[in-house]
Ligand binder design. Structure first.
Ligand SMILES: N[C@@H](CCC(=O)N[C@@H](CS)C(=O)NCC(=O)O)C(=O)O
Length: 90
């Protein structure tokens, strides 16, 4: 029997942020499912993303798997992660 481990992906982002658009396009091109959390515009108000990632910039991708969270930020790092995980597209 094959065991399927599900990853839950959440993208913290701003709709018009160019780095976020790049990350979304990369996820969408690969058909990867993810949830979107739109962060507030002002940096000090981004409490959730600061708590999760230790910094205020978006995009931030959170990958949850079996209770563990992996936090990835910088658009190029997000793209690197999804390129290294082709199983996310299935
Ligand atoms: N090096 C980051 C840059 C991300 C970035 O600058 N994001 C902007 C929005 S486009 C941001 O959150 N800046 C912080 C702010 O608005 O104060 C990346 O590649 O993702």
């Amino acid at each position: 029997m094959k065991l399927i481990i599900m990853k839950k992906l959440t993208l913290y982002q701003l709709e018009t942020c160019p780095y976020c658009i790049t990350a979304r396009e990369a996820l969408d091109e690969k058909g990867i499912k993810y949830e979107v959390v739109n962060v507030p515009g002002p940096r000090p108000d981004r409490k959730e993303v600061i708590e999760i990632s230790g910094q205020a910039e978006v995009p931030v991708l959170v990958v949850e798997e079996e209770g563990k969270k992996q936090v990835i930020f910088h658009d190029e790092k997000i793209i690197e992660y999804i390129n290294e995980h082709p199983e996310l597209s299935k």
